[in-house]
Ligand binder design. Sequence first.
Ligand code: NAP
Length: 287
Amino acid sequence: MPRAAIIDGKAIAEALRREVARGVARLKRERDLTPGLAVVLVGEDPASQVYVRNKAAATQQAGMISLEYKLPADTSEAALLALIGELNRRADVHGILVQLPLPKQIDAAKVIEAIDPAKDVDGFHPINVGRLASGGKALAPCTPTGCVILAKSVQRDLTGLEAVVIGRSNIVGKPMAQLLLGENCTVTIAHSRTRDLPAVTRRADLLVAAVGKAEMIRGHWLKPGAIVIDVGIQRLIAPDGKSRLVGDVTFTEAVEVAGAITPVPGGVGPMTIACLLENTLRAAASA
Ligand code: NAP
C-alpha cells in the first residue's frame, strides 16, 4: 500500500483566502461595499488573544475592515449584550464573532442568541443551526466547512461515502455530520460512549476526528485508502521538554494506511480562518 497523500490545508486555505479577496474587491467595485468583521474578546486567555490577532490580520489581508473589541474579564453579561446590540445595528458591520470561551459570569448561549443570525459568521446561532439541519441556506460553522473543502480536494464528489465523525460538539462534530449529510454521505457520529470505536472507524471511507485526545486514533483503526481529516490539536511535551503539536490521529501510523490525510499543524487549522472570511464575505454580499 503506498503512503497516503498529504492534504495541504495551508495551500488550500491560501487559495480560498485569495478567492475571498477577489470577492471583496468585486463587492467594493460593484456596490461600493467593504465587508466588516467585528471580533469581540472578553478576558485575557492567551490562546484566544492569538486567535483574535490572527483573525484580525487575515481580515485586513482580504481587504475587509476588522474591528476588535477587547473587554476586561469582569465585563458583565448586560454590557456584552449591549455591545452585540450596537454591532447588530451598525450597517458597516457584516459579521460578528464573539471569541469563546467566555468568563463564567456570562451565559454564552444567551450571547450567541443575541447576535443577528445574518451576521453570525461563526454559524452558532440556533437559527443557523436549524437552517443547516433542515438543509436550508445557512451560515455554517467554519471548522467543519473547512473539513468538507479538504475532503473534496481529494474526492470532488463525496456521494455515497461511509463517513464517520468522532465527536458531537456543537462547534465541530454535529455541524460536520450535517454538512456531510448534505454531501450525500452515509454518516455515523461517534462519541465517548460509542462501543468498539475501532470497529466503527474501520468502516469509514471518510473519517473526521474531532475529539481532542492526542494521537488516540491508531493506524489499525483505519480502512485502507480512507480520507482522514484530523481536527484535533494538542501540544505534547516530550521528556526532553520539547513540545510538538499533534492531532487526534497517530499520524506516523495512519499515513501508512490512509489514502489521504491532513497533517497537524497545516491541515484543518488554516481552513478555519479562511472559512470565517468566506462567511463574512457572504454575509456582506447578502446585506
Ligand atoms: P469537545 O467539545 O471537547 O468535544 C469532544 C468530543 O469528543 C465530544 O463529543 C466527546 O464525546 C468526544 N470524545 C471524547 N473522548 C472520546 C473518546 N475517548 N472516544 C470517542 N469520542 C470521544 O471538543 P471540540 O470543540 O469539538 O474540539 C475537538 C478538537 O478539535 C479539539 O482538539 C480542539 O482543539 C480541536 N479544534 C480545532 C479547530 C481548528 O481550527 N483546527 C477548531 C475547533 C476545534 P462526548 O460528547 O460523549 O463527551
